[in-house]
Design a protein around this ligand. Structure first.
Ligand code: NAG
Ligand code: NAG
Ligand code: NAG
Ligand code: NAG
Length: 961
C-alpha cells in the first residue's frame, strides 16, 4: 500500500449518538409493501431504502466487469472469485452489440462471446448481476457498442425513428432472450436490468428525454421476458426517467466520476469536487427508491498519448476510495457499483478511438474497498438508517470536521471527514456520542475504531476493528463484566455504568481482548486488516444473505482467499499466495476442527488457547523459462503488395456510391470513399484511386478520418508520397503531397492505407457522432478532374461478411496479411524470408509482417501474467522527433495490441493465459507499418512475466487455448 498523503482524510465511524445533541429531522419512515413494487415477480423487490432478495434486505456492493475484454471464458470465474473475496456481492456487465452483430440480421454469441459461461461463473461464485445490454453502452467500445452498419441508418440513433428501431430489433431480441433465461426468476444470477445507458442529455434537434423511446424500449424488453426491475444510470443526477416522469424506470440511479479523468495530476483533488447535495436531490427526484450509484468512479480511462494507467491508479487510490466512497455511504447509498474493479483489454480493435489497447482503467481489485464492503455487509442497520445533513461543530468540537449522521431506528452511523475535504492537515477532534451496534447479541455502545467485520459462532462473537497508525481509539460494550487481554498488551480497560470501555493506541501488533465471556475483539491497524478475508463455507453457488452468519470464516492470509469448505472436521481453503504465508483462522473453526488444508494440501496446524487455528503455507518459487524473442527464428513477408505495379485490385469493392447512405456526413468527393458505406468498419482501410495521367498533375490533397492517433500513408504506384504520422488529438487530418512527374497517357494508382481507431461513441442522442466516417473523406488531385478517378476500397476480408468467426467481427483489419488470414496460427510460410523479426525492421515506408512461434511450459499451479513489451526510448509523448511506426501484435490469431511508437503511452501488452497457450505452442505475428521514407525498426520486443502467484485449484483451464 503506497501512502500518498500522510493522514487519513475520513473515517466511517460507527459512533454513538448523544440523543439530546441531535437536532435532525429524519423523514418519516413510510411503510411500503415491497411486493407492490414488483408486479412481475416477487424475488427482487425494493422500498425506499434498499433492495430485497427473497424478502431479505441486501446491500448491493458491486463492480463492472466486461467478459468481452477478457476473451477467455475459463478465466471469468477467477475474476468473480476475486471480486467476491472483497466482500462484494454483485457485478454489472455490458454487452457490446458490435461484437454480436457485425452483419445486420446475423446475431451470434458463441465461443468467447457466449454469455452462458459468464452467467454460470457468476452463479458459482455467488455474485448477483446487473445486466446492461444497451443497445447503446458507450463503455469506451468502438461506436459505443453500435455496430458499423448503423452508420448507414439515416435517422437519429437512440430515438424512436423507424430505421433505428428496425436496425436495433434483432440485437435486442437476441440478447434479451439470452439474458432473460439468466434472471433470478429462472434460477440465474441476474437481478436488475438497465435499458439504455447514461440517457442523460440530448441534442436540441430531437425530443429529449423521449418518453416514447424509453417506454418503447422498456416494452420491448418486457415483451421478451425481462421481469426483474429496470434501473437507469443518468450520468449525473438530473432526474431523467425517475419514477414520476413519463418514462419511469423502477429504480432510478446515477453515475459519478467526481475526480474526472485527470490522470496527469494524480494527486490533484480540486476544491469542492466532493458531492454534497445528492441526498437532497434524491429526495426531490426519487424519494421512494433506494439510493443507487450504478457507476461510481473506480478508475479512469486514458487516451492515446496519455499518462499511463499507473497514474490513473494513483489518482483513484485507496485515499480516494476512503473519502469519496464513504461520502456515498453518507447519502445512504445501498446499491453501490464501481466502474470498474477489473478492466481488461481492448483486444481486436474493440476499443473506441479515445483509448488504446489496455483497458486497465487503473482498476485495481483493491484492499481499501474490501474494508468498506465487508463493513457494510455486516451492518444491516445501515440499510435503513436515515441520512442526515452534513454538520460541523454539532457532533464534534471543531468546524474543521464535517459529520454526516445516518440515524437509525436503533443504530446510527457517522461519516466524518475534513470540512475542507481535500485538506492534508491532521485534525484532532472529539466525538461525544452514544448508541448501539449489535454484534451478535453484544451491544457496542460506541467505537471510534472502524469495524472490518464481525461474525457470530455459537455463543462466541468475533469483531475485527482497526485504525490508522498511532490513532487513539475507544470502544465500549454495554452490560458486560469487564475485559481481559488475551493477546498482546497496551489496551486499557475501564468500567463505567456497567459498560466495559477499551482504549488503545493503534499499532502494528495485533491485540485480542475478550469482553464478557464470549466477545472477542481483534484490534488491528489498517495495513494489517488488508490481509484479512471473509470467506463463506456455504456450498458453491450460495448467495450469502446473512453475512454475519457462522458459515463465514474470518481468515488472516496473504494475497487472496477464494473459497472455504468445512467437512468432517477439516477446514479446506483455496487461495493464492505470493510468498510463504501464515494463515490463521481467527473467526470460525474454533471448535471441532482437526485438520486444515490449503489448495488441497494438508497443513501442520496449531490451535491457540482461544481457538485460533494457524498454519504456514510454503511458497515454492517456480522456475519460469520464457523465450528470448530476439533469438527466435522469424519469417517475414511484405504486407503491402498493393503498391506493386503487378498487383490487381479487381476483386476489391468499387467505391462508386454517388449518394451516401450516411446522411450525417456531407459528401465532398464524387463518390463515397469512406469504409462504412461499403461494410468496412475496423482495423485499417485501403483505398485505391485509378486514373490516366494527363501530365499536369502536381499535387494530391488527402483529407482522411481515422479517430484519435490514427495515421495514414499514401503512394502513387510504387512511389511513396508521404504519411500523416498521427498525433493523439487528431481524428481527421489533411495533407497535400507533391506528386512526381506523371507521364501523360499512362495509368496510375493511388494507394492510401489508413488506420481505423474505432468509431466515436454516440453519447448525445441527436448528434449521431457515431456516424462520423472513417477513411478518405476528401481529395483534390491538382491538375486533374477529381471525377475522373475511379476508386476501389477494402478493409477486412469480407467486410460485414467477416471471415473470422472465432475472434469476431472486429479483430481483423484491411492489411494484406490480415486479409490472407496470416495472423492466424501456422499460415503457409515456406516462401517467406527468414528474418530476425520486427527488430530487423523494414527499409522503406510500407508494411512488413513478421511471424514466429515458440513453446511455453509454464509451471502448473501458478498464476503468472505474461506481457509483450516494446522498447521505447520516448514513451508517452507525441514528440515529432520519434520515428513514426505502428505495430499490431497478434497472439494465436487474437490481435492483442496496437503499439504506436510515436504516440504511446502503452508499451506493455498483457496477454492472458488461455490466449497464450501456457503448455504448448504459440504463434505470434507482428505487423510493422513504417510511416517514414526510411522505414522502421522496432527497438526491442520481449516477453516478460509479472508477479508470480501460487494459486488455488479453482477450475484450471487445462483445455484452454
Ligand atoms: C425499529 O426496530 C424494531 C426492532 O427491530 C422494529 O420492530 C421496528 O419496526 C423498527 N421501526 C421502524 C420504524 O423501522
Ligand atoms: C505480495 O502481494 C502483496 C499484495 O499485492 C504485495 O503487497 C507484496 O509486496 C507481494 N509480495 C511479494 C513477495 O511479491
Ligand atoms: C501503375 O500501376 C498500374 C497498376 O498497378 C499499372 O497498370 C501501371 O502501368 C503503372 N504505371 C506506371 C507508369 O508504371
Ligand atoms: C453538413 O452541411 C450542413 C449545411 O452546411 C451543416 O449544417 C452540417 O453541420 C454539415 N454536417 C457535418 C457533419 O459537418
Amino acid at each position: 500500500m503506497k501512502l500518498g498523503h500522510l493522514f487519513s482524510k475520513v473515517a466511517l465511524l460507527l459512533l454513538p449518538l448523544h440523543t439530546d445533541a441531535l437536532a435532525l429531522s429524519g423523514k418519516p419512515h413510510q411503510f411500503i409493501v415491497p411486493e407492490k413494487r414488483a408486479p412481475l415477480q416477487n424475488i427482487i423487490t425494493w422500498d425506499e431504502d434498499s433492495l430485497f432478495v427473497h424478502g431479505k434486505r441486501i446491500m448491493f456492493y458491486g463492480g463492472e466487469f466486461h467478459p468481452f475484454r477478457l476473451p477467455v471464458p475459463s478465466l471469468w470465474l477467477d475474476v468473480f472469485q476475486k471480486i467476491k473475496a472483497l466482500g462484494y456481492n454483485g457485478v454489472s456487465f455490458y454487452s457490446a452489440w458490435t461484437l454480436h452483430e457485425g452483419k445486420q440480421g446475423s446475431f451470434s454469441a458463441e465461443g468467447v462471446f457466449a454469455w452462458e459461461p459468464f452467467f454460470d461463473a457468476a452463479k458459482k461464485a455467488g455474485v448477483y448481476l446487473i445486466a446492461r445490454p444497451g443497445p447503446y453502452i458507450n463503455a469506451e467500445v468502438s461506436g459505443g457498442g453500435f455496430p458499423g452498419f448503423l452508420q448507414r441508418v439515416r435517422s437519429n440513433l437512440r430515438t424512436p425513428d423507424e430505421d433505428y428501431q428496425e436496425a436495433s430489433r434483432n440485437y435486442i431480441e437476441s440478447i434479451t432472450r439470452i439474458i432473460a433465461k439468466a434472471q433470478i426468476t429462472n434460477g440465474g444470477p441476474v437481478i436488475l436490468f438497465q435499458p439504455e445507458n447514461e440517457y442523460t442529455l440530448g441534442a436540441d434537434s430531437i425530443v429529449f428525454p423521449d418518453a416514447d423511446y424509453m417506454n418503447g424500449l422498456m416494452q420491448q424488453f418486457r415483451d421478451l421476458g425481462i421481469v426483474v426491475p429496470f434501473i437507469n444510470n443518468v450520468a449525473f443526477p438530473n432526474g431523467v426517467n425517475a419514477p414520476g416522469t413519463d418514462a419511469p424506470v423502477d429504480i432510478y440511479g446515477h453515475d459519478a466520476y467526481p475526480l474526472g479523468f485527470d490522470c496527469a495530476n494524480p494527486s490533484r483533488w480540486p476544491d469542492n469536487a466532493i458531492p454534497t447535495n445528492w441526498r437532497d436531490l434524491h429526495m426531490e427526484q426519487s424519494p421512494n427508491t433506494p439510493y443507487m450509484l450504478v457507476e461510481f468512479q473506480g478508475g479512469a480511462f486514458d487516451p492515446w498519448g496519455g499518462n499511463g494507467f499507473e497514474k490513473c491508479a494513483a489518482l483513484l487510490n485507496h485515499e480516494f476510495e476512503r473519502v469519496f466512497y464513504k461520502n456515498n455511504f453518507g447519502v445512504g447509498c445501498t446499491i453501490f457499483n464501481v466502474y470498474m474493479p477489473f478492466g481488461g483489454s481492448n483486444w481486436g480493435n474493440l476499443g473506441h478511438p479515445g483509448g488504446y489497447s489496455s483497458y486497465d482503467y487503473g482498476a485495481v481489485i483493491t484492499d481499501e474497498a474490501k474494508l468498506m464492503a465487508n463493513f457494510l455487509q455486516v451492518s444491516p442497520a445501515y440499510l435503513t438508517a436515515e441520512p442526515g445533513r452534513n454538520t460541523s461543530g454539532l457532533y464534534t468540537d471543531t468546524n474543521a470536521i464535517t459529520v454526516t449522521p445516518l440515524i437509525g431506528n436503533k443504530t446510527n452511523f457517522y461519516v466524518t471527514r475534513q470540512t475542507r475535504y481535500n485538506s492534508l492537515d491532521s485534525t484532532s477532534y472529539k466525538l461525544r456520542l452514544q448508541t448501539n451496534y449489535d454484534v451478535g447479541g453484544f451491544n457496542v455502545l460506541y467505537s471510534s475504531a472502524e469495524i472490518f467485520t464481525w461474525k457470530k459462532y455459537g455463543s462466541r462473537t468475533v469483531v475485527v476493528v482497526y485504525g490508522g497508525p498511532n490513532e487513539l481509539h475507544e470502544l465500549a460494550v454495554s452490560n458486560t463484566s469487564g475485559g481481559t487481554a488475551v493477546e498482546g498488551s497496551g489496551v486499557k480497560f475501564s468500567n463505567r455504568n456497567g459498560n466495559t470501555i477499551l482504549n488503545w493506541e493503534t499499532g502494528s501488533t495485533r491485540r485480542v481482548v475478550r469482553v464478557g465471556q464470549d466477545l472477542y475483539i481483534v484490534i488491528l491497524d489498517r495495513n494489517s486488516v488488508y490481509s484479512h478475508w471473509v470467506v463463506s463455507t456455504l456450498p458453491e453457488g450460495s448467495y450469502t444473505h446473512d453475512s454475519t452468519a457462522s458459515s463465514d470464516l474470518i481468515v488472516k492470509a496473504g494475497y487472496l482467499i477464494r473459497t472455504a469448505e468445512i467437512s468432517s472436521g477439516t477446514i479446506a481453503l483455496t487461495g493464492d499466495i505470493n510468498a510463504t504465508t501464515e494463515i490463521e483462522i481467527i473467526g470460525g473453526g474454533h471448535e471441532n476442527i482437526n485438520s486444515f488444508t490449503f489448495n488441497g494440501e494438508k497443513l501442520q496446524h496449531t490451535k491457540d488457547r482461544i481457538g485460533f487455528i494457524k498454519a504456514t503455507v510454503p511458497f515454492k518459487a517456480p522456475e519460469v523459462k520464457l523465450p528470448d524473442l530476439s533469438s527466435l527464428s522469424w519469417k517475414y513477408t511484405d504486407s503491402l503488395p498493393e503498391i506493386r505495379n503487378s498487383y490487381s485490385d479487381a476483386a476489391w469493392t468499387d467505391a462508386d456510391h454517388a449518394e451516401p447512405s450516411n446522411t450525417y456526413w456531407n459528401l465532398t468527393t464524387p463518390t463515397v470513399l469512406w469504409g462504412g458505406e461499403y461494410g468496412y468498419h475496423t482495423g485499417s482501410l485501403i483505398t485505391r484511386g485509378h486514373f490516366t495521367a494527363n501530365g499536369d498533375e502536381s499535387s494530391l490533397l488527402l483529407n482522411v478520418s481515422g479517430g484519435s492517433a490514427f495515421g495514414f500513408s499514401a503512394w502513387v504506384n510504387e512511389t511513396y508520397l508521404g504519411s500523416w504520422p498521427g498525433y493523439d488529438l487528431y481524428s481527421i487530418a489533411n495533407i497535400t503531397f507533391t506528386l512526381p512527374n506523371l507521364i501523360s497517357g499512362k495509368k496510375y494508382v493511388l494507394t492510401i492505407l489508413s488506420d481505423h481507431m474505432g468509431y466515436f461513441g454516440n453519447w448525445f442522442p441527436g448528434y449521431n457522432e457515431m456516424k462520423t466516417p472513417r477513411g478518405v473523406i476528401g481529395y483534390e488531385l491538382q491538375g486533374h478532374d477529381a471525377a475522373d478517378v475511379k476508386w476501389k476500397i477494402t478493409g477486412n476480408l469480407g467486410g460485414e461478411n467477416f471471415k473470422d468467426r472465432v475472434q469476431g467481427p472486429l479483430n481483423e483489419g484491411g492489411m494484406w496479411a490480415e486479409r490472407q488470414g496470416y495472423h492466424l496460427p501456422s499460415p503457409p510460410m515456406k516462401d517467406w524470408e527468414d528474418s530476425k523479426g520486427p527488430t530487423a525492421g523494414i527499409s522503406k515506408a510500407g508494411v512488413g509482417f513478421f511471424t514466429t512461434s515458440f513453446n511455453l511450459d509454464m509451471p502448473k499451479g501458478y498464476d503468472i501474467p505474461l506481457s509483450f513489451v516494446f522498447a521505447n526510448s520516448t514513451s508517452g509523448t507525441s514528440g515529432s522527433a520519434v520515428l513514426a511506426y505502428r505495430c499490431q501484435l497478434f497472439v494465436n490469431g487474437y490481435q492483442f495490441g496496437e503499439y504506436i511508437n510515436n504516440i504511446g503511452p502503452q508499451t506493455s501488452f498483457p496477454v492472458p493465459e488461455g490466449i497464450l497457450n501456457y503448455h504448448g505452442t504459440n504463434f505470434v505475428a507482428v505487423s510493422l507499418w513504417g510511416l517514414e521514407a526510411e522505414g522502421a525498426r522496432v527497438e526491442g520486443l520481449k516477453l516478460v512475466h509479472g508477479p508470480i502467484i501460487q494459486t488455488g485449484s479453482w477450475e484450471r483451464r487445462e483445455d484452454a487455448y
